[in-house]
Design a protein around this ligand. Structure first.
Ligand code: NI
Length: 172
């Protein structure tokens, strides 16, 4: 396993629409292992492949608390097949939008179909943080960031600041 570099906004690669995975093979599992290690090191609770520059429809997640045993989850080609009309706000953050947190309104419940680590089809009925996280990560596969769900004014301010910070970091 290896820790990979996480892309940060406004990197244009984060806007790519990721390609469906054709087969869940060892190569994909190696990618997901790297994603998980990268996510744990960050640390974060969810990561999409495009966040390490790979435009494939794969997500890793672990919502276990600091005191709990690790509970890694893998989602390949995830698709929301049903979502509740009822929505709720949650203060979201993202490893690709570091240090910024904003309330995003999303459906409370959603049902997601996907392939697991071994390529087996699964269905997940999610609510709470799991529902927030899986919807946030599936957005990444469409090139959408959580800041796209907030006001344009706030979004542009955040992206402008991130760009400025990156420029400062580039100075030798
Ligand atoms: Ni994110």
């Amino acid at each position: 396993m290896a820790i990979r570099e996480i892309l940060t906004a406004p990197d244009e690669r984060l806007r790519l629409v990721s390609e469906p995975v054709l087969t869940v093979d060892d190569e994909l599992r190696r990618l997901m292992d790297d994603m998980l290690e990268t996510m744990y090191a960050a640390p974060g609770i969810g990561l999409a492949a495009i966040q390490i520059g790979v435009p494939k429809r794969a997500i890793v997640m672990d919502l276990s608390g600091a005191e709990d045993d690790p509970d890694p989850r893998y989602f390949v080609n995830p698709e929301v097949v049903k979502s509740s009309e009822e929505t709720t706000p949650y203060e979201e953050g993202c490893l690709s939008v570091p240090e910024y947190y904003e309330e995003v309104e999303r459906p409370v419940h959603c049902t997601v179909k996907y392939l697991d680590y071994h390529g087996n089809p699964q269905i997940l009925a999610a609510e709470g943080l799991l529902a927030v996280c899986i919807q946030h990560e599936i957005d990444h596969l469409e090139g959408v960031l959580f800041v796209d769900h907030i006001s344009r004014l706030k979004r542009e301010r955040i992206l402008r600041k991130l760009k400025k910070e990156q420029k400062l970091a580039e100075v030798p």
